[in-house]
Design a protein around this ligand. Structure first.
Ligand SMILES: [Zn+2]
Length: 275
């Protein structure tokens, strides 16, 4: 093999048993593509340099893709651990949607338009009766965006208030909640609203409003309750929420009731079978 000048050395290439030589160039015996390149421009002209043949290149691409996929899976798993308080929420995904939630297309819309939603600080305010699938809807959005490696935190108001009561670093806690590109606050209601708690809730919502980051909030309150708050502490929270979030009504039969009905039907079927 020619020894190139200018300190550049062509690595010696040992042919594999199936390889063959054509016009002085080594070819791969498996994919029949060259393993060497003949340089033609001075001062290196006439030098043979090793290149990956087609099958080696394919193998390297596969290895790179597997490595990237592994890295992606690890990142998503870490983000999901941070995102949810309990593991079952990781299964609240579009794949597990039973098709009973007529609003679900809006969850898909949110995910598909995420960059726009984030840029315009547009969130959702999911309101309606207990067990109509609001949390599942929000969880589907969370999981789909987590798969895209968007850091998200899905928590609930009771937890936020408990955490804030338990820490002296309240500003730090709020700024931590606000660093997430999307924050989902589940289960906002009037019943547990102490004045201090409401003040803290307002701080979280207002901070996100000011730094222009979206929120998704679920509540069992009706839109009428939200528009006619009983006191000024609630009024300013609702004003902020309605300024940031598109209200979406959840009605229909309760998902929990449906699940209970399905369970009862199963039991009835089994009972009929064993008779
Ligand atoms: Zn090859």
């Amino acid at each position: 093999m020619t020894t190139p000048s200018f300190g550049i050395k062509a690595a010696p290439l040992t042919p594999e048993p199936d390889d063959y030589i054509e016009n002085g160039i080594i070819y791969c015996g498996k994919c029949h593509s060259p393993k060497q390149l003949l340089l033609t421009t001075p001062p290196m002209s006439g030098t043979l340099v090793p290149i990956p043949c087609a099958c080696l290149k394919e193998q390297r691409d596969r290895e790179d893709a597997a490595k990237a996929a592994r890295g992606h899976r690890e990142t998503v798993a870490r983000l999901k651990r941070q995102a949810f308080a309990c593991a079952p929420m990781r299964t609240w995904t579009f794949e597990h949607d039973n098709g009973n939630c007529p609003q679900m297309y809006l969850a898909h819309y949110f995910v598909e338009h995420w960059p726009e939603m984030a840029e315009k600080n547009t969130g959702y305010l999911l309101w309606g009766g207990v067990g109509t699938g609001k949390s599942f809807f929000a969880g589907c959005i969370a999981n789909a965006l987590l798969e895209q490696e968007v850091p998200i935190r899905m928590t609930n108001f009771a937890e936020v208030i408990n955490d804030l009561n338990a820490t002296f670093e309240k500003n730090e806690y709020i700024s931590h909640l606000c660093h997430y590109p999307l924050l989902i606050l589940d289960d906002f209601g009037m019943e547990r609203g102490t004045e201090y708690g409401l003040e803290q809730v307002y701080n979280v919502i207002d901070t996100r409003y000011r730094i222009q980051k979206p929120l998704i909030v679920t509540t069992n309150l009706s839109l009428h309750d939200l528009k006619h708050p009983r006191d000024s502490a609630h009024a300013r929270i609702f004003d902020r929420l309605l300024a940031m979030c598109v209200p979406i009504m959840f009605t229909g039969s309760s998902m929990r009731k449906d699940a209970a009905k399905a369970k009862l039907a199963d039991i009835a079927d089994n009972a009929a079978f064993t008779q």
